[in-house]
Design a protein around this ligand. Structure first.
Ligand SMILES: C[S@@+](CC[C@H](N)C(=O)[O-])C[C@H]1O[C@@H](n2cnc3c(N)ncnc32)[C@H](O)[C@@H]1O
Length: 458
């Protein structure tokens, strides 16, 4: 097995699958870690190697272009991935430089030709001859504009840099852009949710030896180690869920006291994270929930997510754009957690920033507009709709709501989402001015969730 650490082998395989077969690192990595029976320590190392390399790929490609004196498209794809992983170890982790070069060379031997092995050896030795700061200076010296510089330094595509600046500028806080880009490159803190009616947050905090969450009243911060092994998680009473997602669901379930018998709808429920929290809240208040999802495989995930809950939820497979027409004015509370670019969750999906394209935004906004219109039609008089995205891109957030209201806004009132979120939260949130609420990784430590709340006149 030529002296390649198991963690490095797993990381390389996952990076190859992401680059070559369009695999998702967050789904594939846990499977490969389990198959390789990595110790918890090696699992942590494999995760850091995989996520770190994929996040910083744009930056490393710029360094490698300088070190190899050729652009990535002129390098054999498998050798390029060997180099990227080596670059992350040398420049990003700053440990065991000789081991990193040695292992990369062995890996190159496995995947490439003899000349490829020499090439990898030469390029990585070139990397080790300058400090990470010197490489950074060289890369930045080659940039051609402010956005190109931010794109290089923080390893984000330039169009994403522009989209983030636009979203922060709406709040008058464009000066936070570098902080946001930097936060996207940090591993997120793992948050758990104690599902109301199944677990009491304070008890769960004690039982798991964790801390209470930062903002969500039902959040706890996962202790070190694999959260899936915690007994409360195994029992389905506590789940892994970002605090931003928790706050978005609670903004709807706690916008007003629940009246027993209310009908709730989660229009786009897969894989079911928010549906589980809504179902728990509905159970406590005496409401019922319908969870709808288009993609059959994801309908299965919703069923699984709702299994341990003592409330009956109707899980349906269907196209939610048709729901408003099929069930006009039926639901008292609707969550429209719309399919989106996911640009607010780049910390968790390390390859997403390279895969998404500006054209995806145009396609998604058309779907979001249809879903929004359908949601308003399905909303009962006096009912509340939460329009949520895990993207801060203004085309997917406020623009969808504002243009939807122009066309279908008669009798619809925009609620003060920051005010509602603050009333739910356990600490001051520092949100921008209403009526829309935008959470941020750099400011809140959450995914960049957007929340708009709308009420139909009684
Ligand atoms: C952002 S995800 C929802 C996440 C979910 N609320 C959670 O917290 O786990 C959006 C979901 O919408 C689904 N979707 C896309 N188009 C849809 C449609 N026309 N009708 C219903 N669901 C749709 C996607 O398959 C995806 O599962």
């Amino acid at each position: 097995m030529s002296g390649i650490q198991p963690a490095r082998r797993v990381a390389f395989d996952v990076i190859r699958a992401v680059e070559h077969d369009d695999a998702y690192a967050n789904l594939l990595l846990p499977k490969r870690i389990a198959a390789a029976r990595l110790s918890p320590q090696d699992a942590g190392l494999a995760t850091e190697l995989t996520y770190g390399t994929l996040r910083m790929l744009g930056y490393y490609d710029r360094v490698l272009t300088l070190a190899a004196r050729r652009t990535p498209d002129k390098i054999d794809p498998a050798l390029l991935d060997v180099l990227r992983l080596g670059a992350h170890q040398i420049l990003g982790m700053r440990v065991a430089v000789h081991a990193a070069v040695h292992e990369a060379v062995n890996q190159a031997r496995e995947v490439g030709s003899r000349s490829g092995t020499g090439f990898v050896n030469g390029v990585l030795r070139t990397l080790t001859r300058s400090t990470p700061d010197e490489w950074r200076e060289r890369v930045l010296a080659e940039t051609t504009s402010v956005d190109d510089r931010l794109s290089a330094e923080f390893s984000h595509p330039e169009w994403v840099v522009r989209a983030f600046r636009g979203a922060l500028a709406v709040e008058g806080r464009a000066d936070e852009l570098a902080g946001l880009l930097e936060a996207d490159n940090e591993p997120p803190r793992v948050s758990l949710v104690a599902l109301p009616g199944l677990a009491v947050t304070a008890d769960a905090v004690k039982a798991t030896g964790s801390d209470a969450g930062r903002y969500s009243p039902v959040a706890l911060t996962a202790p070190a180690g694999d959260p899936a092994r915690l007994p409360l998680v195994e029992q389905g009473k506590v789940r892994v869920q970002d605090e931003g997602s928790q706050l978005a669901a609670l903004a709807l379930s706690r916008v007003a006291p629940v009246v027993a018998g209310e009908r709730w709808l989660d229009m786009c429920a897969g894989p079911g994270g928010k549906a589980a929290l809504l179902a728990a809240e509905a159970g406590v208040g005496g409401a019922t929930l319908v969870a709808n999802e288009l993609v059959p495989a994801r309908v299965g995930l919703v069923r699984q997510a709702l299994q341990a809950l003592p409330v009956t939820v109707e899980v349906r497979q269907g196209d939610a754009t048709l729901l408003g027409e099929a069930e006009p004015e039926r639901y008292d509370r609707i969550l429209l957690d719309a399919p989106c670019t996911g640009l607010g969750a780049l910390r968790r999906r390390p390859e997403a920033r390279w895969r998404k394209q500006p054209r995806d935004v145009a396609e998604l906004t058309r779907l979001q507009a249809k879903l929004f219109a359908s949601a308003l039609a399905a909303l009962a008089p006096g009912g509340t709709l939460a329009y949520v995205t895990c993207s801060p891109h203004t085309a997917e957030t406020r623009a969808v709501v504002e243009s939807g209201l122009k066309r279908h806004g008669d009798g619809i009132e925009l609620l003060d989402a920051p005010g509602v979120l603050q009333s739910v939260a356990t600490a001051p949130l520092d949100l921008g001015p209403g009526p829309f609420a935008q959470l941020w990784p750099h400011r809140h430590g959450t995914d960049a969730m957007f929340v708009a709340l709308l009420r139909k006149q009684p």
